[in-house]
Design a protein around this ligand. Structure first.
Ligand SMILES: [Zn+2]
Length: 310
């Protein structure tokens, strides 16, 4: 896996669309994350890639009902369906959403080639087959996992979801897939209040801190890898486990998030498993601050890429 390159990143300027300033979803965070990574020298014109087009219907259909896709894309979802998603519909939101799915697939293709790659978006794990929820419209993780298997890019995909909320949509969509496995580490008492069944659900108590959290990962992930022997990992590195997150209930510090990401990427590397990382959730009224918390993933991945993968 020796490459004369730096950590592959995926970003598109459409990820942050104009949005109501006071909205609970921090839409500006993607652009701010990109700017911060540019300032840190982690994102450059050399290593930052953009999806060339939004994911088409044929790709979205890998994990979603055609009627739901059409209704969302044409602005025909009813008020209840839109309320459950929680984002104001616009043609730009459609472009943004479908481009981000393409971005996760591109990230996975880069991970297949280089061993490790990171998206600056993705992780919309509350989207189900025929409806969206919790700021998630299409499930990039489920679409991407099926894309990898159906195109012969992976034989056994493991989705490790460390967003503070359960990956309920991912679990439901992929429940019957023999070659795709879901593992969710999430806050037991947090949204979604009706949990789905992942292949592995590890519930975490409120106020869990850095060392307990890392111990939980260490307790479960080695045996899951030994059992499945996946050749591809999709990693949702939600920053909403952070102690200052508006919607999280856990107490991880910056250092705890670094340790989490370091542990999972190193584990993938030790087992020679390609790993594609997406940012997942992260919430704060201060959008630059939430972008900074997401950037901990790219910083750690960049360090490891330079140490282990080049
Ligand atoms: Zn979340």
């Amino acid at each position: 896996m020796k490459q004369d390159a730096s950590l592959p990143l995926v970003y598109h300027p459409i990820y942050s669309i104009p949005f109501p300033a006071q909205h609970r979803f921090p839409m500006a965070k993607f652009q701010l994350l990109y700017q911060q990574l540019c300032q840190q020298g982690i994102a450059t014109t050399q290593n930052c890639f953009s999806p060339s087009a939004p994911a088409p219907l044929s790709i979205l259909q890998l994990a979603h009902c055609p009627q739901y896709i059409q209704q969302f894309c044409q602005g025909e979802l009813d008020a209840k369906a839109l309320r459950e998603i929680g984002l104001p519909w616009s043609p730009l939101l459609v472009q943004r959403t479908c481009t981000a799915v393409a971005g996760t697939i591109l990230t996975a293709e880069l991970a297949k080639r280089y061993g490790l790659a990171c998206h600056l978006a993705g992780g919309t794990h509350h989207a189900f087959y025929r409806h969206g929820a919790g700021f998630c419209i299409f499930n990039d993780l489920a679409v991407c996992a099926r894309y990898l298997v159906q195109n012969g890019l992976a034989k056994q995909v493991l989705i490790i979801d460390c967003d503070v909320h359960q990956g309920d949509g991912t679990a439901a969509i992929l429940q019957q897939d023999a070659n795709i496995h879901t593992c969710s580490f999430h806050s037991a008492l947090n949204y979604p209040f009706t949990k789905m069944h992942s292949d592995w659900d590890i519930e975490i108590e409120d106020d869990c801190g850095d060392s307990d959290y890392l111990a939980i990962l260490q307790q479960h992930l080695p045996s899951i890898l030994a059992c499945l022997q996946p050749d591809f990992i999709l990693y949702d590195a939600g920053s909403d486990v952070h102690q200052d997150d508006r919607l999280g209930r856990l107490k991880l510090t910056d250092q705890g998030i670094r340790q989490r990401d370091n542990y999972i990427i190193q584990l993938a590397h030790q087992h020679n498993i390609a790993i594609a990382c997406v940012i997942g959730g992260g919430y704060d009224r201060d959008h630059a601050e939430v972008a900074r918390r997401h950037s901990l993933l790219h910083q750690q991945a960049n360090l490891l890429f330079n140490q282990l993968y080049r």
